[in-house]
Write a new protein. Structure first.
Length: 161
């Protein structure tokens, strides 16, 4: 079952590479009492993710914060080393959080997983963006095609905040 607007974000722990090493991030604690933009991509370093989706959130970072967003995070079914490398290569390090869902456990719990094995990518996340306020999903935008970043793009979500 796919998560929907009005649902509570599921309890989950994901990984993040920090200056101090690998950290477990308890998403219930991360979301508690905060307004968070979370967007997901099928894979770090993939063309649409790197050239279209991520840049929009980086470019609109200050606009989201001006609307009361506390933090922006990107999630991918990649390991934390890949996510850290993507953060550095993209210029996003220190600007937004790069979360790794290496086993896709959170992605499956959200019901937003898809099988891209035919393209050599295996199990991945659908491309989406969401606004989560105090643990409750208040906006959710899911792309029909992994190669598109319009419905889930920063401009769309910024207009919904």
């Amino acid at each position: 079952m796919t998560i929907a607007i009005g649902d509570t974000f599921p309890a989950a722990t994901i990984k993040e590479k920090t200056a101090d090493g690998v950290a477990d991030v308890d998403l219930s604690e991360f979301l508690k009492g905060r307004k968070i933009v979370l967007f997901a991509v099928p894979g770090a370093f993939t063309p649409t993710c790197s050239m279209n989706h991520l840049p929009g959130f980086l470019e609109n970072r200050d606009s989201f914060y001006a609307k009361g967003v506390d933090e922006i995070a990107v999630l991918a079914v990649n390991d934390h080393h890949v996510m850290q490398a993507w953060a550095k290569a993209s210029g996003g390090e220190g600007k937004i959080r790069f979360f790794a869902d290496g086993s896709a456990s959170l992605t499956k719990a959200l019901g937003l997983d898809m099988d891209l094995s035919a393209g050599g990518l295996g199990l991945r996340s659908k491309r989406y963006s969401m606004l989560v306020e105090d643990g409750k999903i208040t906006q959710l935008n899911v792309e029909d095609s992994p190669g598109q970043a319009e419905v889930s793009g920063a401009a769309t979500l910024l207009g919904q905040v």
